[in-house]
Design a binder for this molecule. Sequence first.
Ligand code: XIL
Length: 347
Amino acid sequence: MLGALGTGAVSYLTPLAAYAKTPSVIPYGAAVRTDPLYDDPAYKKAILDHCQIIVGEGGLKWIDLRPDRYSFDFTQADRQLAFAQEHGLEMRGHTLAWYAAMPDWTETIASPEEARLELVTHIQTVVGRYKGRISSWDVCNEPIAELPTRDAPIRDSIWLRQLGRDYIELALRTTAEIDPGARLVINDYNFEQANDTGRAKRKAFLDLVRELKAKDVPLHAVGLQGHINARIPIDRPGLTAFVAELDAMGLGVLVTELDVIDDALPAPEAERDAAVADFAKQYLEAIGEACKPEAILTWGISDRFTWVPIWFTRSDGLPNRPLPLDADYQPKPMMQVIKDFARSFDQ
Ligand code: XIL
């Protein structure tokens, strides 16, 4: 099954050992922070006990890789990949073209020619370095506008401003040229929301993907981030129909950044953990009704390290609990939901 994340490279054989350890037919992974992988034995153990895949929470973002226009800093990404290879895990790459986490110098990119040169050089250098070792790339992250409209479906970024929506095609074609064995993914969020945002996001995303397929642009799968906002109900039929359309286009589907934003959920831990698990269950089941996802990754593994409080701190001051393990690395009901879901395809 892990071969579904990429093709052809020897390294894909290794994770099967890890896969055999965890009897799940859908590989599970998590976004990782670099330092605790090496400095925090309990964190390392949690990753090794549960994951077949890792992805850097940072490290391959422009802000981490590109201190200035002329150099690349691969320190974090190299350490993550070394960890993955040492332990027989796959590593996904996140991300090559995104509006956010851009170093300030990119604001000086002032013409289409310059933008094209910067984007292509970046992809050539980064994808070239990790060719055959990073099996799957979030080539474009969050390309759809926050509230997409007919006139402005694509999110503002330096790339959109200078190159128009063709930057997406350029990024995909360049990545495919440099590493033809890599699985190329477009990754985005809020598809599950039962509101205007959810509907508009799904439509704009399908329009984009249809256009890319019609132009024969290399694109193998889509990433549904799954930052589920517990304030907003999940549109199960809407999500299932959306995934079914993607599946019918021949695209793989990955859940790439699952967590449940719990700032508005009740304080008591057991109640909150049950609600978080239920949101994850609803979400995965709605996807599973349309296809079998290629992989499920959560955005972090333990509540000890989560991005959620950056934007969604609780007004009662309690720590967020969005992930499958608690802050002491003990499994919460959400982990069981993921495992049960993965096993439900095992027949
Ligand atoms: C977040 C990281 O988790 C944070 O540590 C960082 O400060 C900001 O970015 N969607 C994405 C991820 O695609 O890259 C974001 O990661 C979370 C939302």
